[in-house]
Design a protein around this ligand. Structure first.
Ligand SMILES: Nc1nc2c(ncn2[C@@H]2O[C@H](COP(=O)(O)OP(=O)(O)O)[C@@H](O)[C@H]2O)c(=O)[nH]1
Ligand SMILES: [Mg+2]
Length: 223
């Protein structure tokens, strides 16, 4: 769980993750938050859940950098990224991990479009996400509907074998490009989505969408 300034949601999202009926190992990376997130993690969450591995960066490095910090600490057979906000429903991880637990898939993405109630807050984000999904299908021969979906679930050894070049929100397109080039077919399953507004702390912006498109294109033609 990469977190940056999530003091409003961190307690609740950790509580929700820890009650998921799976054998969960939670690693939280506080990316030099400037609000009370770090304090809450140390004085409340670590005390309540001593098994959580709490890591921190001395300076803000970005979401992908936080993921890279956490990966070596993962000992389980499956790895996913859980955001520190409340836009996702952690119980979705039960069905999203199932194809991997059964040995039927190696990479599973959640899709907000396969869900019965699709619920985007910003149409521009929805369109941007669609363009990214089409680009993945066109450039890499996948058949996905929701490239930027928050839940991406991997067999641990696959994610561990990928050298991640970028540090910020480029994680999604980079990992999508690289698993595709490794020959894995991405399986998509429905996921719930409860979008938050910028006022509520959303940090991703339109420039990240453009960067994502660039990252998808560059890895199609270079390593
Ligand atoms: N480690 C780290 N995490 C970040 C940073 N910026 C955002 N995040 C986390 O990344 C997740 C997604 O952020 P959000 O703004 O909701 O973007 P979205 O959900 O991908 O649209 C949240 O858990 C944030 O706390 C950052 O600079 N560093
Ligand atoms: Mg989010």
């Amino acid at each position: 769980m990469p977190v940056y300034n999530e003091s409003a949601t961190i307690r609740e999202i950790v509580r929700k993750v820890m009650q998921v009926p799976l054998n969960i190992e939670l690693i939280i990376v506080d990316d030099a938050s400037t609000d009370e997130t770090g304090e809450i993690l140390k004085t409340e969450i670590q005390v309540k859940y001593p098994d959580i591995i709490l890591l921190s960066h001395p300076v803000n490095k970005g979401k992908a950098a936080a993921i890279k910090t956490a990966i070596p600490y993962c000992t389980g057979g499956i790895i996913t990224i859980q955001d520190g906000d409340l836009e996702t429903e952690p119980n979705d991880l039960i069905h999203l991990t199932e194809p991997i637990r059964r040995g039927e898939a190696s990479v599973v993405y959640g899709s907000r479009y396969l869900n019965t109630h699709e619920s985007h807050l910003y149409r521009s984000y929805q369109l941007g996400g669609r363009v990214l999904s089409w680009s993945v299908n066109l450039l890499y021969g996948q058949h996905i509907t929701d490239e930027p979906a928050c839940y991406k679930v991997f067999k641990a050894d696959i994610l561990k074998s990928i050298k991640l070049d970028y540090d910020r929100f480029e994680f999604c397109p980079e990992v999508t490009a690289k698993v595709s080039k490794m020959g894995y077919k991405i399986k998509e399953l429905p996921m719930n989505y409860y979008p938050r507004s910028f006022a509520e702390g959303k940090k991703l912006n339109w420039l990240d969408g453009l960067k994502a498109l660039w990252v998808l294109i560059r890895y199609r033609f270079t390593d």
